[in-house]
Design a protein around this ligand. Sequence first.
Ligand SMILES: NC(=O)c1ccc[n+]([C@@H]2O[C@H](COP(=O)([O-])OP(=O)(O)OC[C@H]3O[C@@H](n4cnc5c(N)ncnc54)[C@H](O)[C@@H]3O)[C@@H](O)[C@H]2O)c1
Length: 248
Amino acid sequence: MGRLSSKSAIITGAARGIGAGIARRYAAEGCALALCDLNDEGLQTFASELRDQGTDVLALVADVTQRDSAQSFVDAAVAKFGQVNVLVNNAGIFFNAVFEDMGDDQWDRMLQVNVTGVSLMSQIVIRHWLAGSIPGAIVNLASISSVIAFTHSAAYGTSKAAVAGLTRHLALQYGPQGIRVNAMAPGIIHTDMLPNLEDMQRWAQERIPLRRPGTPDDVAALALFLASDDSRYITGTVIPVDGGWLLD
Ligand SMILES: NC(=O)c1ccc[n+]([C@@H]2O[C@H](COP(=O)([O-])OP(=O)(O)OC[C@H]3O[C@@H](n4cnc5c(N)ncnc54)[C@H](O)[C@@H]3O)[C@@H](O)[C@H]2O)c1
């Protein structure tokens, strides 16, 4: 029996990186999966891989910033699985921008994907849970940028601080209905999202107490805990998964 057997989870931005890592780990624990991404080709290739290993997977293109798209995706997941138990708000974007040169479009896009996307998906899934009196768990992707500042990272850091705030607000609001909301705050995780991956790897080996960057598997282990009943008395937290980076 897997730790998520008889459950189903929605994971956004699951075609690659951390989202794909979480999907693999949930699948190994018996979870049925509803995955979305903007990248249809990558998503369908990954979904076929999971299906070949025996996982029940729905994989659809959906844009978490668009209400109709997000709603259709959640409706399709509910139609396929009857109910959804876990929402992982993983879809996100990252770029650095010199603040005084930053364009309105850059700011808007960062907040749209990283904040509005999380809010929209959470609202749609929470409505499903409230309508069916279903206890659910939300796992958000914040970042250590939620708590410390990085040069040229005002937009990203602000977006991730908002995710941490939204996590606390929703946890407070919906705790009485049995809905738990937590966030993970990764440090450097080895994915294609990060530019200058080699520099970051070197930097991580010198500076991070555990002397390496993280992997999607490292984050997926925490995502499994936060989705499972093992974390049944934990809500509203933002948990670092950073190799000890925040200590320094
Ligand atoms: N990699 C890191 O070091 C790191 C650190 C801290 C936090 N995070 C957070 O973890 C999450 C995943 O990061 P990653 O490194 O795997 O990134 P990634 O770029 O490898 O994957 C993100 C996925 O999200 C998808 N996506 C983007 N916009 C979308 C939208 N509007 N609708 C649906 N899907 C969309 C992309 O197509 C992509 O497949 C992000 O929220 C990121 O901010 C990453």
